[in-house]
Design a protein around this ligand. Sequence first.
Ligand SMILES: Cc1cc2nc3c(=O)[nH]c(=O)nc-3n(C[C@H](O)[C@H](O)[C@H](O)COP(=O)(O)OP(=O)(O)OC[C@H]3O[C@@H](n4cnc5c(N)ncnc54)[C@H](O)[C@@H]3O)c2cc1C
Length: 481
Amino acid sequence: MTRPRPRVVVLGGGPGGYEASLVAAQLGAEVTVVEAEGIGGSAVLTDCVPSKTLIATAQVLTRARESGELGLQLLAGEGSAAPVDLAAVNERVRALALAQSHDIAESLRSRGVQVVTGRGRLAGRDPGPRGGHRVAWTATGADGGTGGDGATGPQDGGELAADVVLVATGASPRVLPDAEPDGERVLTWTQLYELAELPEHLVVVGSGVTGAEFAGAYRSLGARVTLVSSRDRVLPGEDADAAGVLQDVFARRGMTVLSRSRAQSVTRTHDGVEVVLTDGRRVTGSHCLVAVGSVPNTDGIGLVEAGVELSDSGHVAVDRVSRTGVPGIYAAGDCTGVLLLASVAAMQGRIAMWHALGDAVAPLDLGQVCANVFTDPEIATIGPPPDDSVRTVTLPLAGNARAKMQAFGDGFVKLYCRPATGILTGGVVVAPGASELVHPLSLAVAGRLTVDQVAQAFTVYPSLSGSLAEAARRLHTRAQA
Ligand SMILES: Cc1cc2nc3c(=O)[nH]c(=O)nc-3n(C[C@H](O)[C@H](O)[C@H](O)COP(=O)(O)OP(=O)(O)OC[C@H]3O[C@@H](n4cnc5c(N)ncnc54)[C@H](O)[C@@H]3O)c2cc1C
């Protein structure tokens, strides 16, 4: 007798959900993804893909403005008006995100994954002979969902039986009670792409990764920008040296950064916005982006009723193979709050399926996560932050031949290793294109290479990656005689 195919239902079609679905299909499961808004999730439709597309445009303007040293006069320098057609920029951003969403949906369907356009929730145990869980869904698409359980036409909703459920419902922008977004002047990051004209003066509340990325991008596009930061410096969660470089660059490019300034309320005035700080100061602007973190989408989807443990912040508690405490229910991505990155969501989703479907699996290792802040310069990191137990070398890029040729001096490479063994444990790269430069370090950390092994590999001359090898060389410790 052949064993029945395992039935997997995935709630949420972002990177956590769609990458898991691909793995589950590859391992022979019958897979259904229930997605309320669009395959690709927030990552593709409102967060990573749109923001990085916008930033690609902004970077061109930065290069043009800072081209004077190269002997070019493309734009007259900081503060010069740039010919930005924001409606066209945003149209491109939205089209690219939609196309990416369609591509991923197509790739799921081509591998036999059923996609249901609806909002799903856990609906109790399955009374059938195989046991497991039930997932109820309500159609959210204009034409109804594509139908679960072998239905052929549009439906308003239905129920699915599952041996394994993966909850990958993501997170949504946190809204402050006295800073309600109106979608026109007071905006969350998901609403920026509806702007048809460049804000005259954008006030950004929140100096974490999202706030810093948008503040930098809008300044490059030509908007006046005030960044309201509740902490001493921008990017409080990142490497302090890297954040220092960025703060200097922001100031040089004419951005106003208000440190140790906490926003209390944001209100709309007749022609703009007013941000009141907790110390009574008032900041006015034409628009305000509120980027103060996110909340997990875990309310009202039957998790508590199913016995799944949630943290005080509402995140789903999972172990390193993405298991919740309830057999057969796994969770991945932003709804778990483990590390809010698309790459981590995807890995958690894959790990869940490898584990649930009995394939070889290694638990999630956050010490190997590569991350990047897409400011200009970019800040890429690999490995846990350095502490007193590691040896560190930092090389400013101002001394790198290629950097001089390309006329940029803001940035550095920092490597750190275990003193006893020389094994590289992490690094930070601050440079244009740092997201690409960090990959060799990621390979080295994953492969537990020593600084000598990194130093002995050839790099191109002249190249920024030459500074990675040079930093590794400086970490060499002479062997004891
Ligand atoms: C502005 C911004 C830029 C970012 N840039 C990057 C970046 O460059 N690189 C990076 O690695 N990370 C980036 N991130 C983080 C990244 O977007 C998230 O970590 C990632 O989206 C998490 O993926 P996910 O699958 O958990 O959730 P999501 O991508 O949020 O997908 C979850 C999906 O679940 C759906 N859903 C929710 N509830 C239900 C339900 N009940 N039924 C059915 N469907 C449901 C939602 O509609 C959504 O489509 C960025 C975040 C922001 C805010």
